[in-house]
Design a protein around this ligand. Structure first.
Ligand code: ADP
Ligand code: MG
Length: 721
C-alpha cells in the first residue's frame, strides 16, 4: 500500500476540510468522545489541532499495518526499515545516570532477541510495560553497537482476538511524543477514530459531489470513502477511497477558483479601455525600438480585448526571463492613458523600480508622457509634488515599489496597475489597490518565475492567463557549465578573457538569511578573493548587498551599469529584472545552495545582448542528490517551464514562491505533482459544470453550492487579485 499521506500535510493542512461545517455531530468538542476526556483533549488540541469530532475524522492515517504479517527477529538486516515482530517482553530496566537515563527491554521470539529503548516518558512507560507478557511490537529499526534496536516502539499486548483477525489492516496516525506518553500513539489514536466511526451515520457525512460524477468515475460515496481511508477492508479499497477524496479536494479547489473568475467576468465593474489613441499609435509607429515578437503582439491583443469589456481584468502574464514583458506593460499603460486613465507599475525592489523608471522614461522621452518614480527613499519635497500631480491627474504613469500602495497615495482616476514579479507582493497588499479607485482598476500581474501550467491553473484559477512563450530573435542560448571550487582559478582566467574583450561579469554569492552573518563573511571573503585576481587600477569591482545603505547600493549598481566597473559582486538582490546587455558572464558561487528557479532567474541576467554569454555554477565537492540534480538540469536545459516543472517535482508545491500564501494548495491528500491526471479530470468536469450551470442553481449542483458556502470561511471572495 503506498504511503499517500505526508505527515506534515496531515497536521498542518489548514482548513481544506472535505466535510462541511454545519452543526452536526462532527462539530462536537473532542472531549466528549468516549476515551478522550479533558486532559487528552487538551493535548489533542495543542499537539494536533484536533478540537472537534470532525477534526479527528480528518486526521488520516499515514499508513496501515497488516496485523497478520509478523516478521521474525532473525530476519532483520541492515536494509530493514520498519518492522513488526511479536514476542515475550523481558528484562525491563532503567540504566544510565541522571543526564542520560534510558529504559530498555528485550523482546524474545523463537528466532532471537531485539532490544527496545526509550529516552522519554521513562517512568510512565516503565509502569505500563508488563514483563513476561506477549507483545506485538512495531517501529523503525536502528542499529546500536551493531545490534538491531527499536527506539520508542509502538507496542501492545497480543490478545487472542487480534491473532485471529484475518487481513486486519490497522491504521497508524501521525502523533507526537507527548501524545504517545498519554497513551495516544500512532495506533491508539485509531481506537478513538473507531469509536467515532461507530457513532456516525451516512447523513453525517453527506455526498458533496454531484451524483453524475460519482457514478461516472465509479467512486465510492463520501461516507464509505471516509470510513475506508481509516479502516479499509483491503489495500485496493483504501487506494480507491484515497483517490476519491483527492479528487474531491482538487475538484472543490478548482471549482472555487473558477467561480471567482466567472463571477468576475459576469458581474464585476471595470473601467473601459475601448479606444487606441495618439499615445499608443505614436509610440508604436515612431518610437518602438524593435519589432514585437508574435507572442508579445498576441498578449497585447488579449489584454486589449479584456480591458475593453467593462469588466475588471485580473490577469497573470507569464514570460520567461528576457521574453520582453516590460514593453508589453508600457503599451498597455499607453492604452490606459489614451482612454483618459492613469497607470501604475509596481516593482518588488528599489533597484528594479529605478531601472523601469529609467528605461521607460527614455522610451517615452519624445512623447511628453509624464512619468514619476516613487519609492521609500523619495525625499519629501518631490514626494509631495508627485502626490499632488497624481491627485490632479497631471501625472499619467507612476512607477514605484511598495510605497505606491501606501494610503496617502491617491490617484485621480487609476485605470490599471501592473505588478512586476508578483511573488514579492502578498495577496493582502494587492487587495489594497482596490481602495485607490471607485471602480477597481485592472490588474496585470507579470512574472518570470515560471509556474507550471497545472499549478497556475489551480493556484491562480481565478486569474486569466497570458503567456509570452517566445524570446526576441537573435538571442543566443547561454552556455551553462558546472565547475568545482577547486577549479576557481581557471574560471577566473576565463573571466579575465571575457572582460578583456570589453564584457562585464556578475559574481553572485548566496544569502540565505538577511541576518546570516556567515553568509556575509563569505561574501566579503569572496570579494577579497576576486580583488586578488582583478587588481585595481586595471580592473574595478562593484559590490552590492542588502546591508548597504540605499545610496551606496545605488552608486555601486550605477557604476556597473555605466561600465565603470567590470565586475559586480553581489548577493541575490539583483535576482530579478536587472537588464545589462553588456554583461556576458554569470558566476554563481555555492550554486548548490540555490533553488532551481533562483538559478534560472540569475542566469537570465546574461544573454541579453548580441554577445555569447556564459553561466558558471561553482560548487563544493560534496553535493547532495538534489543539488546534483538541480545542477544537472541547469546545465542541460534553458527552458523556464521545464525548469519550473522540475522545481515542483524536487521541492513540492508548498515551496513555490507565491503559492504559499494563496492557501489554495493546502491539500490534505492530493498533490499537484503526483496527481496531475486527477487534476486534469477535475478541471474538465468543473469547466463542464460551470458552462451549463454558472450559478450552481440546478438540483444536482445544489449540494456543491451549499458546500462552498459553508467552506468559504478563509477565502476573501471579493478582493483576491
Ligand atoms: P523580461 O520579460 O525579463 O522583463 P525585458 O522586458 O526586460 O524582459 O526585456 C529583455 C530585453 O529584451 C530588453 O533589453 C528589451 O529591450 C529586449 N526586448 C524586448 N522585446 C524585444 C523584441 N521584440 N525584440 C528585441 N528585443 C526585445
Ligand atoms: Mg522584467
Amino acid at each position: 500500500m503506498p504511503e499517500h499521506v505526508n505527515f506534515r500535510t496531515v497536521i498542518f493542512a489548514g482548513k481544506q476540510s472535505t466535510i462541511p461545517g454545519s452543526p452536526n455531530i462532527l462539530s462536537n468538542p473532542i472531549e466528549y468522545l468516549k476515551g478522550v476526556g479533558p486532559q487528552r483533549a487538551d493535548l489533542l488540541k495543542k499537539e494536533l489541532g484536533i478540537f472537534t469530532f470532525g477534526d479527528l475524522l480528518e486526521l488520516f492515517p499515514y499508513r496501515h499495518v497488516d496485523k497478520t504479517k509478523v516478521n521474525l527477529i532473525r530476519d532483520i538486516n541492515a536494509q530493514t526499515e520498519f518492522i513488526q515482530v511479536a514476542g515475550i517482553l523481558l528484562n525491563v530496566e532503567v540504566t544510565g545516570d541522571k543526564r542520560s537515563r534510558r529504559l530498555t527491554a528485550q523482546l524474545k521470539d523463537k528466532s532471537g532477541f531485539l532490544e527496545l529503548a526509550w529516552f522519554q516518558g521513562i517512568t510512565w512507560v516503565q509502569k505500563m510495560l508488563q514483563a513476561g507478557q506477549p507483545y506485538l511490537v512495531y517501529g523503525k529499526v536502528g542499529f546500536f553497537q551493531n545490534r538491531p534496536q527499536i527506539i520508542h516502539p509502538e507496542l501492545e499486548i497480543v490478545t487472542q482476538e487480534k491473532q485471529d483477525g484475518k487481513n486486519y489492516l490497522e491504521p497508524v496516525y501521525p502523533t507526537t511524543e507527548k501524545l504517545k506518553v498519554r497513551g495516544l500513539g500512532g495506533r491508539q489514536i485509531g481506537k478513538l477514530t473507531q469509536v467515532l466511526m461507530g457513532m456516525l451515520r451516512e447523513k453525517d457525512i453527506p455526498e458533496n459531489l454531484p451524483a453524475a460524477i460519482v457514478s461516472q468515475l465509479k467512486f465510492a460515496d463520501h461516507f464509505t470513502a471516509i470510513r475506508q481511508i481509516h479502516f479499509p477492508p483491503s489495500p485496493a479499497a483504501y487506494d480507491e477511497s484515497v483517490k476519491r477524496l483527492k479528487f474531491e479536494e482538487l475538484f472543490m479547489a478548482q471549482l472555487r477558483m473558477n467561480l471567482l473568475r466567472s463571477n468576475r467576468h459576469r458581474f464585476s465593474k471595470g473601467v473601459v479601455f475601448d479606444k487606441v489613441g495618439d499615445y499608443f499609435n505614436t509610440f508604436y509607429r515612431d518610437h518602438l525600438p524593435f519589432q514585437l515578437t508574435a507572442a508579445q503582439k498576441r498578449v497585447v491583443k488579449e489584454i486589449r480585448a479584456d480591458t475593453a469589456t467593462g469588466k475588471q481584468m485580473n490577469r497573470l502574464l507569464q514570460g520567461d526571463v528576457g521574453s520582453g514583458k516590460t514593453i508589453v506593460a508600457l503599451l498597455i499603460m499607453l492604452i490606459a492613458i489614451d482612454n483618459g486613465y492613469q497607470a501604475c507599475l509596481m516593482a518588488p525592489t528599489e533597484i528594479l523600480a529605478k531601472q523601469h523608471f529609467a528605461s521607460l522614461s527614455e522610451l517615452l522621452e519624445k512623447q511628453l508622457v509624464s512619468v514619476s518614480l516613487l519609492t521609500g527613499s523619495t525625499r519629501s519635497a518631490p514626494r509631495k509634488k508627485i502626490l499632488k500631480e497624481l491627485l490632479a491627474g497631471d501625472l499619467k504613469i507612476l512607477i514605484g515599489t511598495h510605497a505606491v500602495i501606501e494610503e496617502v497615495v491617491k490617484f485621480k482616476n487609476l485605470g490599471i496597475v501592473i505588478i512586476d514579479e508578483q511573488h514579492r507582493f502578498g495577496v493582502a497588499q494587492r487587495a489594497r489597490l482596490w481602495e485607490k479607485a471607485e471602480i477597481p482598476p485592472h490588474v496585470l500581474v507579470m512574472t518570470a518565475t515560471p509556474i507550471p501550467r497545472t499549478l497556475a491553473m489551480t493556484a491562480y484559477g481565478d486569474l486569466d492567463y497570458s503567456v509570452i512563450d517566445e524570446l526576441p530573435p537573435g538571442r543566443q542560448p547561454v552556455t551553462t557549465v558546472h565547475r568545482y571550487e577547486t577549479q576557481r582559478s581557471q574560471v577566473m582566467i576565463f573571466l579575465k578573457a571575457e572582460i578583456d574583450k570589453g564584457r562585464q561579469a556578475y559574481i553572485i554569492f548566496p544569502l540565505i538569511e538577511e541576518s546570516d552573518t556567515l553568509d556575509y563573511e563569505n561574501l566579503m571573503r569572496g570579494y577579497e578573493t576576486v580583488k586578488g585576481y582583478f587588481p585595481e587600477p586595471n580592473y574595478w569591482i562593484s559590490m552590492v548587498h542588502g546591508r548597504q545603505p540605499g545610496d551606496q547600493k545605488e552608486l555601486n549598481m550605477k557604476r556597473f551599469v555605466e561600465r565603470d566597473t567590470q565586475i559586480l559582486v553581489s548577493t541575490t538582490v539583483i535576482e530579478v529584472g536587472v537588464n545589462i546587455p553588456n554583461a556576458t558572464v554569470m558566476v554563481i558561487e555555492s550554486a548548490e545552495k540555490f533553488g532551481l528557479s533562483q538559478l534560472h532567474q540569475l542566469r537570465g541576467r546574461v544573454g541579453r545582448g548580441a554577445d555569447k554569454s556564459y553561466c558558471i555554477l561553482l560548487s563544493g565537492s560534496k553535493l547532495g542528490n538534489d543539488a546534483r540534480e538541480r545542477i544537472r538540469i541547469m546545465t542541460t536545459t534553458s527552458n523556464g517551464f521545464e525548469i519550473a516543472e522540475k522545481d515542483l517535482e524536487l521541492r513540492g508545491p508548498g515551496d513555490i514562491e507565491g503559492t504559499r500564501q494563496s492557501g489554495i494548495l493546502n491539500f490534505k491528500l492530493a498533490s499537484i505533482v503526483n496527481d496531475k491526471p486527477l487534476l486534469e479530470i477535475a478541471r474538465k468536469m468543473v469547466a463542464g459544470i460551470l458552462e451549463k450551470d454558472p450559478d450552481l442553481d440546478s438540483a444536482e449542483n445544489l449540494q456543491l453550492k451549499k458546500f462552498l458556502k459553508e467552506q468559504k470561511g478563509n477565502v476573501v471572495w471579493s478582493k483576491i487579485s
